[in-house]
Design a protein around this ligand. Sequence first.
Ligand SMILES: Cc1cc2nc3c(=O)[nH]c(=O)nc-3n(C[C@H](O)[C@H](O)[C@H](O)COP(=O)(O)OP(=O)(O)OC[C@H]3O[C@@H](n4cnc5c(N)ncnc54)[C@H](O)[C@@H]3O)c2cc1C
Length: 459
Amino acid sequence: MNYDVAIIGAGPGGIFSAYEIIGKRPDLKVAVFEAGHELSKRRCPINGKDIKSCIKCKTCSIMSGFGGAGAFSDGKYNITNDFGGTLYEYIGKEKALELMRYVDDINLAHGGQGIKLFSTAGTNFKKICIQHDLHLLDASVRHLGTDVNYIVLENLYKELKEKVDFYFDTPVKSIKVCEKGYEIECKNANFKCTKCIVSVGRSGSKWMEQVCNELDIPVKSNRVDIGVRVELPYEVFSNITDELYESKIVYCTKKYGDKVRTFCMNPKGAVVNENTNGIITVNGHSYEEASKQTNNTNFALLVTKTFSEPFKDSNGYGEAIARLSNMLGGGVIVQRFGDLVRGRRSTQKRMDDAFITPTLQATPGDLSLVLPKRILDGIIEMIYALDKVAPGTANDDTLLYGVEVKFYNMHVEVDGKLQTRYPGLYVIGDGSGVTHSLSQASASGVFVAQEIVNSYNND
Ligand SMILES: Cc1cc2nc3c(=O)[nH]c(=O)nc-3n(C[C@H](O)[C@H](O)[C@H](O)COP(=O)(O)OP(=O)(O)OC[C@H]3O[C@@H](n4cnc5c(N)ncnc54)[C@H](O)[C@@H]3O)c2cc1C
């Protein structure tokens, strides 16, 4: 089969590439290859009854399939250049924001209409933060919620499947450069295409490295973020989350001068497992619909680590720490803040006596046996700092789940068109190391689609 454009990966990057190409040039033949299942068949087997924790499926339904890692995510589309990636370094700040807004409009037109856009502009909370040496980053956020996010994906799929050839359960094995484009090698067949967009996200990180190796595309080590997911009663953060929904707050520790930041805030949300290449870490999400909401709010506290010489493998470092927590806890470990600062492990009894009901079943344990001292000290210092703007954060019963690791793909060398050194071979989204958010991954998809459409229009 020959295609004008082959897209590898049906996450937000791949979906928005396909959507834009087909919308602007319906005459082009487009295929999407996806390692995971189609949306309706994506189901994580954890049901809280007979299957309580991750059984390491061959393809993780949380991370793979139509919708990518974003399908069951919280659906928080942050419109900002301050976090979520560095797309602006390639395409410019104005263009990046313009495309994030464009993606937002498409989401609204596909089921997200009526969802409020929260903004930090003009908030008094910024002043309160600065008075306590905390720094609130600027952003606008559209929180679709896991439920509405799913509806938007369903609607996009309905529209796309009529015009695009989707190959699900089809992991691409390799990409070969040929005379008039590229050959996409899959298990049972090979396909040819003139242009190829690679959008394989975090779950495709190892494969992406292999492809770069084979095609001699330069890559650079990226950072890794390591920390915990904090869970506390909704009321503790309600003053902030009711106004802003999500707040990205950065704190510089007194002890080491390290930066600790809040990440992915989920009011009335749930803490969940995440499986990255067989390693179980923790994440969180929340629903827009009131009946699915919980009494707790969760968010991550993360510390960034970058390595240069002689050790470069930031992800390897994060993986080793996550593996240690998996070894001690059989998965994710949970500890009460009060137990952590008293230097004792949390036990099931102490958890049962607590005034908070955890939303994730995790093993009560001791995070100080897992997290490096410097990272843990930073997290504890940040919790006391947050306690000043959200009293109750440093309560004994505040739960810390570990570990949360944000793995970033190696930075793939791409130019200002997100194109590799091979003309017509683009690498976008989280798989490129350039983005790490729904809005920037999606915007990068629209960007290359427009580049491709322009190149055909100019032919
Ligand atoms: C639980 C959770 C909650 C999150 N919440 C948010 C949030 O609220 N807001 C936010 O901005 N971000 C959030 N994120 C991150 C967000 O989901 C990602 O940044 C985003 O999905 C990246 O999009 P992408 O298209 O680059 O990659 P992905 O979404 O990872 O999609 C890549 C796709 O490529 C496929 N693939 C990989 N290798 C191959 C191969 N060899 N052949 C074929 N297919 C392949 C994968 O199966 C996957 O479906 C969350 C992530 C998780 C896991």
